[in-house]
Design a protein around this ligand. Structure first.
Ligand code: ZN
Length: 490
């Protein structure tokens, strides 16, 4: 199998990817919280780990990709207090909490489909794994790294830190965390401000609640990922991914929970994508720059100069390395739209090139450079720039400034198909829309033009001209021929 080098956030260096049980690869990625419309911030991790899933499969690995749905336990503040976000939305909209979660899960799936994100192998819901989460809390209690307080269970960070060191992933130490943790009201159940909830006793008005040995309550947010990754991928698995914003406290707490319960961290490689900023600013509801994916696809947000197609967004995300920040602006999106168009036109030109007797170029170079770029920590911008170099060559070949043999043409088409469609996961939206539009338009235009022929035969020139002019107005050019007509969409 080809060598693949991956940056491991935990060790802070690039490591050669060696799966625990090749050819099987277990991959867990923290999925969305489903209490609102999917937004720009969801696009980056989804596209990044979709590319990783596609790439690993192209290398011949058998990947089990688990991406969870957080439909419980995500509190307003990261300090284990405040109202559950889904329950709050349900209360405001007078809905059953699962109605809210289901609605936004569907919206998320729809947006992901449009972005060309493949369905993961398993998509477990936190609310469907309460039993596993309770069992996981019990393991941590039994190992001595948690304590009960008024029906809630908290993780004993100090004790864990003494034995295993807390903060390995985010590079923080306990002193930094103490000085940066605000004491909030209602935290008196905890021994220390940095302790986090594994199980929370529900207050009387809290709707999402389950029975447990300690209280009627609900699991802490970090618990679902420890419990569900262990259930579906085992006590040791290969890749754990997510956005950089999840590194602390979420992933740090996950590592602590798994290490406390199992005696070792469960994930071998921790992979984090960097964040999307908007005109240099962090995205946030309070900043007025919170853009949902639907608003992007339809252009309906004051910050947007136009609508951007799902593939433009995907291409925009892939044009940056996943570990670099990515700044969203209309200019950058418009440049991505143009770039994607140039790439797709190149693919089309390549499909029509005629073979020559000899080749003036070495097509193996295209495959080699793309493969090397992907193998170097998934360098998608390098893959794209290689593809653009070859689009230039293809365009030259179309004007007979370069030539390729039949075998070379086939190899180059295979390279483009592999990287553009299979690994980067792009699709040609323009030709797809034009084709599906044409399916519907063709019989309608044919019908109108038949009517025009009849009008002409009856020497009703006014009707005949009106039909042609109206079609021209909506972008359909009619060409009269001796034996009838021809038409095309302009
Ligand atoms: Zn998680």
């Amino acid at each position: 199998m080809e060598k693949f080098v991956l940056y491991n956030t935990l060790t802070r260096r690039k490591e050669s990817f060696e799966p625990i049980a090749a050819p099987n690869v277990g991959m867990y990625v923290c999925g969305p919280t489903v209490y609102g419309d999917p937004h720009l911030g969801h696009a980056r991790p989804a596209v990044t780990f979709d590319m990783m899933f596609r790439y690993l499969r192209s290398l011949g690995y058998k990947v089990r990709y688990v991406r969870n749905i957080t439909d419980v336990g995500h509190l307003e503040h990261d300090a284990d207090q405040g109202e559950d976000k889904i329950a709050k939305k349900a209360r405001l909209e007078q809905l059953e909490p699962m109605e809210v979660a289901h609605h936004y899960t569907e919206r998320y799936h729809d947006a992901m489909r449009q972005l060309g994100v493949l369905t993961p192998s398993i998509e477990p819901h936190a609310s469907g794994h309460i039993i596993e989460q309770i069992a996981f809390v019990e393991r941590i209690l039994k190992a001595g790294y948690a304590y009960e307080s008024n029906g809630s269970i908290y993780f004993d960070v100090e004790k864990y830190d003494r034995d295993h060191r807390y903060g390995r992933l985010s590079g923080r130490n306990l002193e930094d965390i103490v000085t940066n943790t605000r004491e909030l009201d209602g935290q008196s159940d905890k021994h220390h401000s940095y302790d986090f909830a594994l199980w929370k006793k529900a207050s009387p008005e809290h709707i999402m609640r389950w029975p447990s040995p300690w209280s009627d309550g609900f699991p802490g947010w970090h618990m679902e990922c420890s419990a569900m990754s262990t259930k579906y991928l085992g006590e040791r698995f290969d890749i754990h991914g997510g956005g950089m914003d999840l590194m602390f406290p979420h992933h740090e707490c996950e590592i602590a929970q798994s290490t406390a319960a199992l005696g070792h961290d469960s994930a071998k490689y921790w992979v984090h994508n960097n964040m999307i900023t908007i005109n240099g600013q962090k995205m946030g509801k309070s900043l007025g720059n919170f853009i949902t994916l639907e608003q992007l696809f339809t252009g309906s947000h004051p910050l947007l100069a136009q609508a951007y197609s799902p593939m433009t967004i995907r291409f925009f995300v892939l044009q940056a390395h996943y570990r670099s920040t990515l700044d969203f602006s209309n200019e950058a999106l418009q440049a991505a739209e143009k770039g994607l168009d140039r790439l797709m036109k190149g693919v089309e030109t390549l499909s029509k090139l005629k073979p020559a007797a000899t080749s003036t170029v070495d097509v193996a170079e295209a495959e080699r450079r793309c493969a090397d770029a992907m193998a170097d920590d998934m360098n998608s911008p390098m893959v794209i720039s290689t593809l653009f170099d070859w689009v230039r060559i293809v365009n030259q070949a179309a004007e007979w400034q370069q030539s390729l043999t039949e075998a070379d043409l086939m190899a180059l088409r295979a390279t483009f198909s592999k990287y553009v469609f299979d690994i980067l996961g792009l699709r040609d939206e323009k030709s797809a829309t034009a084709e599906s539009g044409r399916d519907l338009v063709s019989p309608l235009v044919g019908m109108l033009l038949d009517m025009r022929m009849q009008a002409k035969a009856a020497k009703d020139w006014a009707t005949s001209d009106a039909i042609r002019d109206r079609l021209t107005e909506i972008g359909i050019r009619v060409k009269d021929r001796k034996d009838g007509y021809d038409w095309e969409i302009e």
